[in-house]
Design a protein around this ligand. Sequence first.
Ligand code: ARG
Length: 589
Amino acid sequence: MEKILELISKEVSGAFEAAGYDSALGKVTISNRPDLCEYQCNGAMAGAKQYHKAPFMIADEVAEKLSGNEMFESVESVKPGFLNIKVSPDFIRSYIVRMLHEKKLGVTQPGHQPKVIMDYGGPNVAKPLHVGHLRSAVIGESLKRILKYTGNDVTGDIHLGDWGLQMGLIITELKEQQPDLPYFDPEYKGQYPKEAPFTISELEQIYPKASAKSKEDEEYKAKAMEATKLLQDGNKGYRALWRHILNVSVTDLKKNYKNLNVSFDLWKGESDVHDVIPGMVEYMKNHNYAKISQGALVVDVAEETDTKEVPPCMILKSDGASLYNTTDLATIDTRMKEYHPDSLVYVVDKRQELYFTQVFRCARKTKLVLPETELHFVGFGTMNGKDGKPFKTRQGGVPRLENLIAEIDEKMYNRIKEGTPDISEEEAKDTAHKVAIAAIKYGDLSNQPSKDYVFDVDKFTSFEGDTGPYILYTIVRIKSILKKYSEEGGDAKAALLRNPETDIEKNLMLTLSRFADSVESAAKDLMPNRVCAYIYELANVFNSFYHGTKILSEPDADKKSGYIALLNTTLKVLETGIDLLGFDAPERM
Ligand code: ARG
Protein backbone atom coordinates (compact mmCIF):
# COMPACT_ATOMS: atom_id res chain seq x y z
CA MET A 1 0.00 0.00 0.00
CA GLU A 2 1.32 3.40 -0.92
CA LYS A 3 2.23 5.47 2.10
CA ILE A 4 0.42 8.68 2.78
CA LEU A 5 3.59 10.71 2.18
CA GLU A 6 4.04 9.04 -1.19
CA LEU A 7 0.47 9.79 -2.19
CA ILE A 8 0.75 13.43 -1.21
CA SER A 9 4.21 13.80 -2.73
CA LYS A 10 2.91 12.39 -6.01
CA GLU A 11 0.15 14.95 -6.11
CA VAL A 12 2.43 17.86 -5.22
CA SER A 13 5.09 16.68 -7.70
CA GLY A 14 2.42 16.67 -10.38
CA ALA A 15 1.57 20.27 -9.50
CA PHE A 16 5.23 21.32 -9.74
CA GLU A 17 5.41 19.71 -13.14
CA ALA A 18 2.15 21.27 -14.30
CA ALA A 19 3.53 24.66 -13.30
CA GLY A 20 6.63 24.00 -15.40
CA TYR A 21 9.05 22.89 -12.70
CA ASP A 22 11.02 19.77 -11.92
CA SER A 23 8.65 17.23 -10.36
CA ALA A 24 11.42 16.11 -7.98
CA LEU A 25 10.83 19.33 -6.05
CA GLY A 26 7.47 18.01 -4.90
CA LYS A 27 8.78 15.88 -2.04
CA VAL A 28 6.54 16.23 1.00
CA THR A 29 7.45 15.63 4.64
CA ILE A 30 5.56 15.62 7.90
CA SER A 31 5.23 19.19 9.13
CA ASN A 32 7.71 20.38 11.71
CA ARG A 33 5.15 23.03 12.66
CA PRO A 34 2.08 20.95 13.52
CA ASP A 35 0.45 24.11 14.84
CA LEU A 36 0.34 25.45 11.26
CA CYS A 37 -0.13 22.44 9.04
CA GLU A 38 0.08 18.64 8.77
CA TYR A 39 2.54 18.25 5.91
CA GLN A 40 4.96 20.56 4.22
CA CYS A 41 6.92 20.89 1.02
CA ASN A 42 10.05 22.99 0.76
CA GLY A 43 10.57 22.33 -2.96
CA ALA A 44 10.02 25.95 -4.00
CA MET A 45 12.92 26.99 -1.78
CA ALA A 46 15.17 24.46 -3.47
CA GLY A 47 13.91 25.40 -6.93
CA ALA A 48 14.52 29.14 -6.57
CA LYS A 49 18.14 28.98 -7.64
CA GLN A 50 17.54 26.62 -10.51
CA TYR A 51 14.76 28.77 -11.97
CA HIS A 52 16.09 32.23 -10.95
CA LYS A 53 12.81 33.04 -9.33
CA ALA A 54 11.73 34.10 -5.86
CA PRO A 55 10.71 30.94 -3.99
CA PHE A 56 7.33 32.32 -2.98
CA MET A 57 6.43 32.88 -6.62
CA ILE A 58 7.03 29.23 -7.36
CA ALA A 59 5.14 28.22 -4.24
CA ASP A 60 2.22 30.43 -5.26
CA GLU A 61 2.00 28.81 -8.66
CA VAL A 62 2.13 25.31 -7.25
CA ALA A 63 -0.50 26.09 -4.60
CA GLU A 64 -2.69 27.48 -7.36
CA LYS A 65 -2.42 24.21 -9.29
CA LEU A 66 -3.48 22.29 -6.18
CA SER A 67 -6.47 24.41 -5.32
CA GLY A 68 -9.66 22.43 -5.56
CA ASN A 69 -7.77 19.12 -5.32
CA GLU A 70 -9.89 16.71 -3.26
CA MET A 71 -6.90 15.30 -1.46
CA PHE A 72 -6.40 18.57 0.39
CA GLU A 73 -8.28 20.71 2.83
CA SER A 74 -5.78 23.49 2.18
CA VAL A 75 -2.47 24.13 0.46
CA GLU A 76 -1.02 27.46 1.46
CA SER A 77 1.96 29.20 0.04
CA VAL A 78 3.69 31.07 2.84
CA LYS A 79 6.72 33.32 2.65
CA PRO A 80 9.52 32.89 2.01
CA GLY A 81 8.29 29.97 -0.11
CA PHE A 82 6.94 27.07 1.89
CA LEU A 83 3.90 25.03 1.06
CA ASN A 84 1.80 24.28 4.13
CA ILE A 85 -0.50 21.37 3.56
CA LYS A 86 -3.55 19.94 5.29
CA VAL A 87 -5.21 16.85 3.90
CA SER A 88 -8.95 16.65 3.53
CA PRO A 89 -11.00 14.80 6.16
CA ASP A 90 -12.32 12.47 3.49
CA PHE A 91 -8.83 11.60 2.28
CA ILE A 92 -7.51 10.67 5.71
CA ARG A 93 -10.62 8.64 6.55
CA SER A 94 -10.46 6.66 3.34
CA TYR A 95 -6.73 6.11 3.85
CA ILE A 96 -7.38 4.55 7.27
CA VAL A 97 -10.18 2.42 5.82
CA ARG A 98 -7.80 1.11 3.17
CA MET A 99 -5.14 0.45 5.76
CA LEU A 100 -7.62 -1.66 7.73
CA HIS A 101 -8.40 -3.73 4.66
CA GLU A 102 -4.76 -4.29 3.81
CA LYS A 103 -2.80 -7.27 4.98
CA LYS A 104 -0.66 -6.30 8.01
CA LEU A 105 -2.23 -2.87 8.34
CA GLY A 106 -0.49 -1.56 5.25
CA VAL A 107 3.03 -2.74 6.07
CA THR A 108 4.75 -3.43 2.74
CA GLN A 109 5.23 -7.14 2.09
CA PRO A 110 8.16 -8.28 -0.08
CA GLY A 111 7.59 -10.24 -3.28
CA HIS A 112 9.46 -13.23 -1.97
CA GLN A 113 9.86 -14.04 1.70
CA PRO A 114 13.49 -13.58 2.75
CA LYS A 115 14.69 -16.27 5.11
CA VAL A 116 16.19 -14.99 8.33
CA ILE A 117 17.82 -16.92 11.15
CA MET A 118 17.87 -15.07 14.42
CA ASP A 119 20.38 -16.01 17.08
CA TYR A 120 19.24 -14.66 20.43
CA GLY A 121 18.86 -15.72 24.04
CA GLY A 122 22.21 -17.48 24.11
CA PRO A 123 22.03 -18.67 27.72
CA ASN A 124 24.67 -20.94 29.14
CA VAL A 125 23.45 -24.29 30.34
CA ALA A 126 23.56 -24.98 34.07
CA LYS A 127 23.93 -21.34 34.98
CA PRO A 128 20.86 -19.54 36.20
CA LEU A 129 19.38 -16.98 33.83
CA HIS A 130 20.38 -13.65 35.19
CA VAL A 131 19.45 -10.14 34.19
CA GLY A 132 22.34 -10.10 31.73
CA HIS A 133 20.34 -12.51 29.59
CA LEU A 134 17.26 -10.37 29.66
CA ARG A 135 18.19 -8.01 26.88
CA SER A 136 19.10 -10.61 24.29
CA ALA A 137 15.81 -12.43 24.89
CA VAL A 138 13.65 -9.33 24.95
CA ILE A 139 15.20 -7.55 21.97
CA GLY A 140 15.54 -10.79 20.00
CA GLU A 141 11.93 -11.78 20.53
CA SER A 142 10.69 -8.37 19.45
CA LEU A 143 12.91 -8.26 16.36
CA LYS A 144 11.76 -11.73 15.41
CA ARG A 145 8.14 -10.58 15.55
CA ILE A 146 8.87 -7.34 13.68
CA LEU A 147 10.76 -9.18 10.94
CA LYS A 148 7.95 -11.72 10.59
CA TYR A 149 5.38 -8.95 10.38
CA THR A 150 7.35 -7.25 7.63
CA GLY A 151 7.23 -10.41 5.54
CA ASN A 152 10.33 -12.40 6.47
CA ASP A 153 10.41 -16.11 7.13
CA VAL A 154 12.14 -16.06 10.50
CA THR A 155 13.59 -18.94 12.49
CA GLY A 156 14.70 -18.18 16.03
CA ASP A 157 17.57 -20.23 17.43
CA ILE A 158 18.55 -20.01 21.11
CA HIS A 159 22.16 -21.12 20.52
CA LEU A 160 22.78 -22.62 23.95
CA GLY A 161 26.22 -22.38 25.49
CA ASP A 162 26.39 -26.10 26.21
CA TRP A 163 29.79 -27.33 25.22
CA GLY A 164 32.73 -25.43 26.62
CA LEU A 165 34.85 -25.51 29.73
CA GLN A 166 31.81 -24.82 31.88
CA MET A 167 30.63 -28.38 31.23
CA GLY A 168 34.01 -29.75 32.24
CA LEU A 169 33.89 -27.67 35.40
CA ILE A 170 30.48 -29.01 36.38
CA ILE A 171 31.51 -32.59 35.71
CA THR A 172 34.68 -32.13 37.75
CA GLU A 173 32.81 -30.67 40.69
CA LEU A 174 30.17 -33.41 40.55
CA LYS A 175 32.93 -35.99 40.63
CA GLU A 176 34.36 -34.37 43.77
CA GLN A 177 30.96 -34.33 45.44
CA GLN A 178 29.60 -37.70 44.31
CA PRO A 179 32.57 -39.82 43.19
CA ASP A 180 30.54 -43.04 43.41
CA LEU A 181 28.16 -42.18 40.58
CA PRO A 182 28.34 -44.73 37.77
CA TYR A 183 29.18 -42.00 35.25
CA PHE A 184 32.67 -41.83 36.75
CA ASP A 185 33.27 -45.58 36.74
CA PRO A 186 35.19 -46.51 33.56
CA GLU A 187 34.27 -50.18 34.15
CA TYR A 188 30.54 -49.50 34.29
CA LYS A 189 28.72 -51.52 31.66
CA GLY A 190 25.05 -51.10 32.60
CA GLN A 191 22.42 -48.57 31.65
CA TYR A 192 22.86 -45.15 33.20
CA PRO A 193 20.01 -43.95 35.43
CA LYS A 194 17.12 -42.09 33.79
CA GLU A 195 16.93 -39.58 36.60
CA ALA A 196 19.53 -36.87 36.90
CA PRO A 197 21.59 -37.06 40.10
CA PHE A 198 20.81 -33.40 40.86
CA THR A 199 18.02 -30.84 40.80
CA ILE A 200 18.22 -27.56 38.98
CA SER A 201 18.97 -25.63 42.15
CA GLU A 202 21.76 -28.05 43.05
CA LEU A 203 23.10 -27.72 39.54
CA GLU A 204 23.06 -23.97 39.72
CA GLN A 205 25.18 -24.08 42.85
CA ILE A 206 27.73 -26.40 41.34
CA TYR A 207 28.87 -24.13 38.57
CA PRO A 208 29.84 -21.03 40.57
CA LYS A 209 31.61 -23.23 43.08
CA ALA A 210 33.61 -25.02 40.38
CA SER A 211 34.35 -21.81 38.57
CA ALA A 212 35.69 -20.16 41.74
CA LYS A 213 37.83 -23.18 42.57
CA SER A 214 39.33 -23.31 39.09
CA LYS A 215 40.47 -19.74 39.42
CA GLU A 216 42.46 -20.51 42.54
CA ASP A 217 43.53 -24.07 41.96
CA GLU A 218 45.60 -24.85 38.86
CA GLU A 219 45.30 -28.58 39.35
CA TYR A 220 41.52 -28.36 39.57
CA LYS A 221 41.43 -26.30 36.41
CA ALA A 222 43.56 -28.86 34.59
CA LYS A 223 41.11 -31.57 35.69
CA ALA A 224 38.20 -29.53 34.33
CA MET A 225 39.97 -29.08 31.03
CA GLU A 226 40.68 -32.76 30.85
CA ALA A 227 37.02 -33.51 31.62
CA THR A 228 35.95 -31.10 28.87
CA LYS A 229 38.14 -32.88 26.40
CA LEU A 230 36.92 -36.32 27.46
CA LEU A 231 33.34 -35.17 27.15
CA GLN A 232 33.94 -33.74 23.69
CA ASP A 233 35.82 -36.85 22.59
CA GLY A 234 32.80 -38.94 23.48
CA ASN A 235 33.45 -40.45 26.91
CA LYS A 236 30.26 -42.43 27.54
CA GLY A 237 29.73 -41.61 31.20
CA TYR A 238 30.47 -37.94 30.69
CA ARG A 239 28.16 -37.74 27.72
CA ALA A 240 25.37 -39.35 29.76
CA LEU A 241 25.96 -36.93 32.60
CA TRP A 242 26.08 -34.03 30.16
CA ARG A 243 22.68 -35.04 28.77
CA HIS A 244 21.27 -34.90 32.30
CA ILE A 245 22.74 -31.45 32.78
CA LEU A 246 21.27 -30.34 29.49
CA ASN A 247 17.81 -31.78 30.20
CA VAL A 248 17.50 -30.37 33.67
CA SER A 249 18.74 -27.02 32.54
CA VAL A 250 16.67 -26.78 29.38
CA THR A 251 13.47 -27.66 31.27
CA ASP A 252 14.19 -24.78 33.59
CA LEU A 253 15.14 -22.42 30.75
CA LYS A 254 11.91 -23.21 28.92
CA LYS A 255 9.90 -22.30 31.98
CA ASN A 256 11.75 -19.02 32.38
CA TYR A 257 11.50 -17.95 28.76
CA LYS A 258 7.82 -18.83 28.69
CA ASN A 259 7.31 -16.60 31.68
CA LEU A 260 8.91 -13.82 29.66
CA ASN A 261 6.78 -14.50 26.56
CA VAL A 262 9.88 -15.46 24.63
CA SER A 263 10.05 -18.51 22.41
CA PHE A 264 12.46 -20.22 20.05
CA ASP A 265 11.92 -22.41 17.03
CA LEU A 266 15.23 -24.16 17.51
CA TRP A 267 16.90 -25.20 20.73
CA LYS A 268 20.27 -25.90 19.22
CA GLY A 269 23.52 -25.33 20.96
CA GLU A 270 27.24 -25.15 20.50
CA SER A 271 27.44 -28.92 20.99
CA ASP A 272 25.31 -29.54 17.89
CA VAL A 273 28.13 -28.56 15.57
CA HIS A 274 30.82 -30.59 17.29
CA ASP A 275 30.92 -33.12 14.47
CA VAL A 276 30.91 -30.42 11.80
CA ILE A 277 34.12 -28.83 13.04
CA PRO A 278 36.72 -31.30 11.66
CA GLY A 279 35.29 -31.05 8.14
CA MET A 280 35.16 -27.28 8.30
CA VAL A 281 38.74 -27.09 9.54
CA GLU A 282 39.89 -29.36 6.70
CA TYR A 283 38.05 -27.20 4.19
CA MET A 284 39.66 -24.03 5.52
CA LYS A 285 43.09 -25.62 5.39
CA ASN A 286 42.63 -27.10 1.91
CA HIS A 287 41.59 -23.78 0.44
CA ASN A 288 44.48 -22.03 2.14
CA TYR A 289 42.15 -19.78 4.04
CA ALA A 290 43.66 -20.82 7.34
CA LYS A 291 47.32 -20.86 8.31
CA ILE A 292 49.37 -21.93 11.29
CA SER A 293 50.52 -19.08 13.48
CA GLN A 294 52.45 -19.84 16.67
CA GLY A 295 51.05 -23.34 16.58
CA ALA A 296 47.44 -22.20 16.32
CA LEU A 297 45.26 -22.35 13.22
CA VAL A 298 44.08 -18.87 12.28
CA VAL A 299 42.39 -16.95 9.48
CA ASP A 300 43.57 -13.40 8.88
CA VAL A 301 40.65 -11.04 8.82
CA ALA A 302 42.30 -7.61 9.03
CA GLU A 303 41.42 -5.16 6.27
CA GLU A 304 43.44 -2.25 4.95
CA THR A 305 40.85 0.30 5.91
CA ASP A 306 40.74 -0.82 9.56
CA THR A 307 41.35 2.01 11.96
CA LYS A 308 41.50 -0.37 14.91
CA GLU A 309 43.35 -3.64 14.91
CA VAL A 310 41.22 -6.64 14.05
CA PRO A 311 43.17 -9.70 15.19
CA PRO A 312 43.09 -12.97 13.23
CA CYS A 313 40.20 -15.32 13.84
CA MET A 314 41.52 -18.32 15.75
CA ILE A 315 40.03 -21.60 14.55
CA LEU A 316 42.01 -24.10 16.62
CA LYS A 317 44.25 -23.52 19.61
CA SER A 318 47.77 -24.88 19.55
CA ASP A 319 46.60 -27.96 21.49
CA GLY A 320 44.01 -28.59 18.75
CA ALA A 321 41.06 -27.56 20.90
CA SER A 322 38.24 -25.61 19.30
CA LEU A 323 36.98 -22.29 20.61
CA TYR A 324 33.86 -20.15 20.85
CA ASN A 325 34.75 -18.88 17.34
CA THR A 326 34.97 -22.35 15.97
CA THR A 327 31.48 -23.28 17.14
CA ASP A 328 30.06 -20.03 15.79
CA LEU A 329 31.65 -20.56 12.38
CA ALA A 330 30.57 -24.18 12.26
CA THR A 331 27.07 -23.06 13.21
CA ILE A 332 27.06 -20.58 10.32
CA ASP A 333 28.18 -23.39 8.03
CA THR A 334 25.36 -25.64 9.24
CA ARG A 335 22.74 -22.92 9.08
CA MET A 336 23.70 -22.09 5.50
CA LYS A 337 23.57 -25.71 4.43
CA GLU A 338 20.38 -26.64 6.26
CA TYR A 339 18.29 -23.49 5.95
CA HIS A 340 19.78 -21.40 3.11
CA PRO A 341 19.04 -18.14 4.92
CA ASP A 342 19.25 -14.76 3.18
CA SER A 343 20.30 -13.20 6.41
CA LEU A 344 21.62 -14.02 9.87
CA VAL A 345 20.87 -11.73 12.79
CA TYR A 346 22.72 -11.97 16.12
CA VAL A 347 21.42 -10.24 19.23
CA VAL A 348 24.36 -10.28 21.61
CA ASP A 349 26.03 -8.00 24.17
CA LYS A 350 27.84 -5.23 22.33
CA ARG A 351 31.06 -6.13 24.12
CA GLN A 352 31.22 -8.99 21.64
CA GLU A 353 31.22 -6.63 18.67
CA LEU A 354 34.88 -7.09 17.72
CA TYR A 355 34.45 -10.83 18.10
CA PHE A 356 31.53 -10.81 15.65
CA THR A 357 33.47 -8.61 13.25
CA GLN A 358 36.11 -11.34 13.19
CA VAL A 359 33.58 -14.14 12.82
CA PHE A 360 31.62 -12.41 10.05
CA ARG A 361 34.75 -11.50 8.10
CA CYS A 362 36.05 -15.01 8.49
CA ALA A 363 32.76 -16.49 7.29
CA ARG A 364 32.87 -14.26 4.21
CA LYS A 365 36.52 -14.82 3.47
CA THR A 366 36.22 -18.58 3.77
CA LYS A 367 32.99 -18.50 1.74
CA LEU A 368 30.92 -20.22 4.40
CA VAL A 369 28.28 -17.68 3.38
CA LEU A 370 27.33 -16.34 -0.03
CA PRO A 371 28.47 -12.87 -1.07
CA GLU A 372 24.87 -11.67 -0.79
CA THR A 373 24.18 -13.24 2.61
CA GLU A 374 23.48 -10.48 5.10
CA LEU A 375 25.18 -10.76 8.48
CA HIS A 376 23.85 -8.45 11.17
CA PHE A 377 25.13 -7.89 14.66
CA VAL A 378 22.65 -6.21 16.98
CA GLY A 379 24.87 -5.37 19.92
CA PHE A 380 23.07 -4.24 23.02
CA GLY A 381 24.29 -2.09 25.88
CA THR A 382 24.39 -2.85 29.58
CA MET A 383 21.43 -2.81 31.89
CA ASN A 384 22.51 -0.56 34.75
CA GLY A 385 21.16 0.18 38.20
CA LYS A 386 20.24 3.67 39.36
CA ASP A 387 23.86 4.15 40.42
CA GLY A 388 24.90 3.86 36.77
CA LYS A 389 26.76 0.59 37.40
CA PRO A 390 25.66 -2.83 36.09
CA PHE A 391 22.39 -3.81 37.77
CA LYS A 392 22.85 -5.63 41.09
CA THR A 393 20.58 -6.95 43.83
CA ARG A 394 20.35 -5.08 47.10
CA GLN A 395 22.79 -7.64 48.47
CA GLY A 396 25.19 -6.81 45.66
CA GLY A 397 24.90 -10.02 43.62
CA VAL A 398 23.82 -10.47 40.04
CA PRO A 399 20.05 -10.87 40.27
CA ARG A 400 18.38 -13.96 38.90
CA LEU A 401 15.89 -13.15 36.25
CA GLU A 402 13.28 -15.28 37.95
CA ASN A 403 13.52 -13.28 41.16
CA LEU A 404 13.49 -9.97 39.38
CA ILE A 405 10.29 -10.88 37.54
CA ALA A 406 8.70 -12.26 40.71
CA GLU A 407 9.49 -9.03 42.54
CA ILE A 408 7.86 -6.87 39.89
CA ASP A 409 4.90 -9.27 39.62
CA GLU A 410 4.29 -8.81 43.32
CA LYS A 411 4.54 -5.05 43.13
CA MET A 412 2.00 -5.00 40.33
CA TYR A 413 -0.22 -7.50 42.13
CA ASN A 414 -0.51 -5.22 45.15
CA ARG A 415 -1.26 -2.29 42.96
CA ILE A 416 -3.97 -4.12 40.98
CA LYS A 417 -5.58 -5.47 44.15
CA GLU A 418 -5.68 -1.96 45.54
CA GLY A 419 -7.20 -0.46 42.41
CA THR A 420 -9.73 -3.23 41.68
CA PRO A 421 -10.73 -4.79 45.03
CA ASP A 422 -13.42 -7.05 43.50
CA ILE A 423 -10.93 -8.78 41.20
CA SER A 424 -10.53 -12.56 41.54
CA GLU A 425 -7.24 -13.97 42.74
CA GLU A 426 -6.60 -15.60 39.40
CA GLU A 427 -7.31 -12.50 37.34
CA ALA A 428 -5.22 -10.35 39.68
CA LYS A 429 -2.23 -12.64 39.29
CA ASP A 430 -2.60 -12.90 35.54
CA THR A 431 -3.06 -9.16 35.13
CA ALA A 432 -0.15 -8.38 37.44
CA HIS A 433 2.12 -10.61 35.39
CA LYS A 434 1.02 -9.04 32.12
CA VAL A 435 1.68 -5.56 33.47
CA ALA A 436 5.03 -6.64 34.93
CA ILE A 437 6.19 -8.10 31.62
CA ALA A 438 5.07 -4.97 29.79
CA ALA A 439 6.98 -2.84 32.32
CA ILE A 440 10.19 -4.85 31.95
CA LYS A 441 10.08 -5.27 28.20
CA TYR A 442 8.98 -1.77 27.32
CA GLY A 443 11.53 -0.32 29.74
CA ASP A 444 14.19 -2.14 27.80
CA LEU A 445 12.87 -1.85 24.26
CA SER A 446 12.11 1.85 24.39
CA ASN A 447 15.87 2.43 24.40
CA GLN A 448 17.97 2.09 21.31
CA PRO A 449 19.46 -1.43 21.62
CA SER A 450 23.08 -0.30 21.55
CA LYS A 451 22.63 2.15 24.43
CA ASP A 452 23.17 1.30 28.09
CA TYR A 453 20.07 2.02 30.14
CA VAL A 454 19.06 2.32 33.75
CA PHE A 455 16.68 -0.37 34.95
CA ASP A 456 14.48 1.80 37.13
CA VAL A 457 11.68 -0.33 38.54
CA ASP A 458 9.71 2.61 39.91
CA LYS A 459 9.78 4.41 36.61
CA PHE A 460 9.12 1.32 34.48
CA THR A 461 6.08 0.27 36.53
CA SER A 462 4.49 3.72 36.58
CA PHE A 463 1.08 3.98 34.90
CA GLU A 464 2.06 7.39 33.55
CA GLY A 465 4.75 8.49 31.14
CA ASP A 466 6.66 6.57 28.51
CA THR A 467 6.11 3.13 30.05
CA GLY A 468 4.63 -0.25 29.20
CA PRO A 469 1.91 0.03 31.86
CA TYR A 470 0.82 3.40 30.41
CA ILE A 471 0.37 1.79 27.00
CA LEU A 472 -1.58 -1.07 28.58
CA TYR A 473 -3.66 1.39 30.55
CA THR A 474 -4.61 3.15 27.34
CA ILE A 475 -5.58 -0.14 25.73
CA VAL A 476 -7.64 -1.14 28.75
CA ARG A 477 -9.36 2.25 28.67
CA ILE A 478 -10.40 1.68 25.05
CA LYS A 479 -11.57 -1.84 25.80
CA SER A 480 -13.71 -0.60 28.64
CA ILE A 481 -15.41 2.07 26.49
CA LEU A 482 -16.11 -0.52 23.80
CA LYS A 483 -17.52 -2.86 26.39
CA LYS A 484 -19.85 -0.19 27.76
CA TYR A 485 -20.97 0.63 24.23
CA SER A 486 -21.95 -3.00 23.69
CA GLU A 487 -23.67 -3.16 27.06
CA GLU A 488 -25.77 -0.18 25.99
CA GLY A 489 -26.83 -2.17 22.96
CA GLY A 490 -24.35 -0.75 20.45
CA ASP A 491 -22.73 -2.96 17.85
CA ALA A 492 -19.07 -2.00 17.97
CA LYS A 493 -18.14 -4.32 15.12
CA ALA A 494 -20.58 -2.64 12.74
CA ALA A 495 -19.31 0.87 13.48
CA LEU A 496 -18.04 2.81 10.45
CA LEU A 497 -15.37 5.47 10.37
CA ARG A 498 -16.59 8.97 9.62
CA ASN A 499 -14.73 11.98 8.36
CA PRO A 500 -13.04 13.69 11.31
CA GLU A 501 -14.67 16.89 12.47
CA THR A 502 -12.29 18.11 15.14
CA ASP A 503 -8.53 18.61 15.14
CA ILE A 504 -7.98 16.00 17.84
CA GLU A 505 -10.01 13.46 15.93
CA LYS A 506 -8.15 14.21 12.73
CA ASN A 507 -4.81 14.11 14.52
CA LEU A 508 -5.65 10.64 15.82
CA MET A 509 -6.30 9.46 12.26
CA LEU A 510 -3.12 11.09 10.98
CA THR A 511 -1.15 9.36 13.71
CA LEU A 512 -2.81 6.03 12.94
CA SER A 513 -1.79 6.39 9.31
CA ARG A 514 1.88 6.28 10.30
CA PHE A 515 1.84 2.80 11.83
CA ALA A 516 3.41 1.03 8.85
CA ASP A 517 6.23 3.58 8.61
CA SER A 518 7.27 2.94 12.19
CA VAL A 519 7.27 -0.84 11.79
CA GLU A 520 9.14 -0.76 8.48
CA SER A 521 11.74 1.57 9.90
CA ALA A 522 12.15 -0.66 12.99
CA ALA A 523 12.67 -3.67 10.71
CA LYS A 524 15.11 -1.93 8.43
CA ASP A 525 17.37 -0.68 11.21
CA LEU A 526 16.67 -3.55 13.62
CA MET A 527 15.44 -1.14 16.26
CA PRO A 528 12.28 -2.02 18.18
CA ASN A 529 12.50 1.36 19.94
CA ARG A 530 10.91 2.87 16.82
CA VAL A 531 7.76 0.89 17.49
CA CYS A 532 7.81 2.00 21.14
CA ALA A 533 8.13 5.65 20.19
CA TYR A 534 5.25 5.28 17.77
CA ILE A 535 2.83 3.55 20.11
CA TYR A 536 3.69 5.99 22.87
CA GLU A 537 2.80 8.87 20.59
CA LEU A 538 -0.36 7.12 19.49
CA ALA A 539 -1.37 6.50 23.11
CA ASN A 540 -0.81 10.19 23.90
CA VAL A 541 -2.78 11.37 20.89
CA PHE A 542 -5.55 8.95 21.72
CA ASN A 543 -5.71 10.16 25.31
CA SER A 544 -6.04 13.78 24.21
CA PHE A 545 -8.84 12.73 21.90
CA TYR A 546 -10.45 10.86 24.77
CA HIS A 547 -10.20 13.79 27.16
CA GLY A 548 -11.50 16.23 24.58
CA THR A 549 -14.39 14.21 23.21
CA LYS A 550 -17.67 13.03 24.70
CA ILE A 551 -17.74 9.54 23.31
CA LEU A 552 -20.45 7.51 25.02
CA SER A 553 -22.55 10.56 25.84
CA GLU A 554 -22.59 11.77 22.23
CA PRO A 555 -26.30 12.15 21.33
CA ASP A 556 -25.84 11.75 17.56
CA ALA A 557 -25.81 7.98 17.03
CA ASP A 558 -23.90 8.13 13.75
CA LYS A 559 -21.24 10.33 15.17
CA LYS A 560 -20.96 8.10 18.20
CA SER A 561 -20.59 5.06 16.01
CA GLY A 562 -17.84 6.90 14.10
CA TYR A 563 -15.99 7.41 17.37
CA ILE A 564 -16.39 3.75 18.21
CA ALA A 565 -14.90 2.80 14.84
CA LEU A 566 -11.97 5.07 15.59
CA LEU A 567 -11.55 3.35 18.95
CA ASN A 568 -11.62 -0.05 17.28
CA THR A 569 -8.87 1.07 14.93
CA THR A 570 -6.72 2.57 17.65
CA LEU A 571 -7.12 -0.58 19.70
CA LYS A 572 -6.12 -2.75 16.79
CA VAL A 573 -3.00 -0.70 16.07
CA LEU A 574 -1.96 -0.51 19.72
CA GLU A 575 -2.50 -4.23 20.25
CA THR A 576 -0.54 -5.05 17.12
CA GLY A 577 2.20 -2.73 18.34
CA ILE A 578 2.57 -4.38 21.74
CA ASP A 579 2.42 -7.80 20.14
CA LEU A 580 5.42 -6.79 18.03
CA LEU A 581 7.18 -5.82 21.24
CA GLY A 582 6.33 -9.18 22.79
CA PHE A 583 3.70 -8.48 25.44
CA ASP A 584 -0.07 -8.31 25.69
CA ALA A 585 -2.77 -6.44 27.53
CA PRO A 586 -5.18 -7.58 30.24
CA GLU A 587 -8.93 -6.89 30.13
CA ARG A 588 -8.79 -4.40 32.97
CA MET A 589 -6.23 -3.05 35.40
N1 ARG B 1 26.45 -17.91 25.33
C1 ARG B 1 27.06 -16.68 24.91
C2 ARG B 1 27.40 -15.82 26.13
O1 ARG B 1 26.80 -15.99 27.18
C3 ARG B 1 26.19 -15.87 24.00
C4 ARG B 1 25.91 -16.53 22.68
C5 ARG B 1 25.66 -15.54 21.60
N2 ARG B 1 25.45 -16.16 20.31
C6 ARG B 1 26.42 -16.61 19.54
N3 ARG B 1 26.11 -17.18 18.42
N4 ARG B 1 27.69 -16.52 19.87
O2 ARG B 1 28.23 -14.94 25.99
